[in-house]
Design a protein around this ligand. Sequence first.
Ligand code: PLP
Length: 443
Amino acid sequence: MSPSTPIVSAALPKVAYGKGGHVYDVDGKCYVDGSGGPAVYSLGYGNEEVIEAIHHQLTRVMHGYRHTFTSDPLEELTALIAEQCGADLAQMVFVSGGSEAVESAMKIALQYHSARGEETRRRFISRQRSWHGNTLGALSISGFKARREAYEGALLPSCLLSPANVYRPPAGVASADVAAFCADELEQAILRLGAARVAAFVFEPVVGAAGGVVPAPPGYAARIREICDRYGVLMIADEVMCGSGRTGTFRALAHDGVTPDIMAIAKGLGGGYVPLGATVYRRPIGEVLHARHGGPQTAHTFTGHTAACAAGVAVQKIMRREGLFDHVRTNSQRLFGLLRAALGAIVAVGDIRGRGYFAGIELVADRETKQPFDPAHQLFLRVRQRSLANGLICYPSGGNVDGVAGDTIIIAPRYDSLDTELVEIVEKLALSIKEALAQIGAS
Ligand SMILES: Cc1ncc(COP(=O)(O)O)c(C=O)c1O
């Protein structure tokens, strides 16, 4: 295949069944899942306890509509999440996925300001190279060029700041100064827009798809917290990808010792057994919403879907019983050790980074200058193609450098992965990367 051949996705394999960390297509081909699909399947495939919990709930009642009923699963999941979140991050609205969770977070922020008589606070500030979802509101605050392009002109006005990325600092900024620079940038943006017009700052504590797993530098989140507090701007943590234990703590921001005002979670929360997400917010925000409007004015038909909540309860109980967040945190060294041993000698591997079971590998044309590969090579798509051919599912993404160039691969195994699986994932990844590089004449 020549470097300029477009990597159009060939017909997708048809999925048949999965068990543990492996999934099979209808032709019987086996894939080791190195990324939990799109960083979702936190407990792997075919977990019988979760399936039984959903089945049990369906046989009793599938859905108690939110205006008519509450339910045991809804209340139990609320309690489990509140306990994991700590502090006063204890109120929540359940939704069906990440975009809805972010959209609801934005709406709760707006409603909160309206309820307090600050109706001018309508603007959101977020960051480039971030992904918050595919509904119009969430897309408006996302800095993922390829995914926005078709909708430009119809999006909410956005204010996108520099990514807080020490591997690729903003121009002229030393890596050690990224946290301070990016925090100052937020303060300047608030002052430029006028604090009285800013509703919230939205960010991914560890950037997922748009950046290729980018943890914020130490001190960044705490500085952001101070600035938000100083100007009455709400802090919204989008933990859809990095949260629910993926980085070794239920809340990714717990690593930084920071509590957001509002947090969006989904993906690993229900482990992919059902569509499930939640927007969690601090008690004082809930009190304002309740006093003025009777509660949050954002929800959907399937909000708090009973069988979905039952799945969430089962997943979260297993996480707790098996100590899987702690396991992810401590065994993270093993995953990163394997990745460094297998990939470190590949010249094009510029960076291996991340936290917990959330790893990003960045491929570069030049390690010294960090020059990305020519996007015409579509290297990340080649890695995906070779991985599938080699029986590996991983999550390659493009455009992390400037919205167009840049090739990253996310590895996000299930929290209860066997060691043999981690080894298989890393071996197949190394092979697939080498094969993809060979296709474009690189090594
Ligand atoms: C950080 C983040 N926020 C929001 C979303 C949107 O979630 P969903 O695709 O479930 O709507 C995603 C999806 O990848 C995400 O990674």
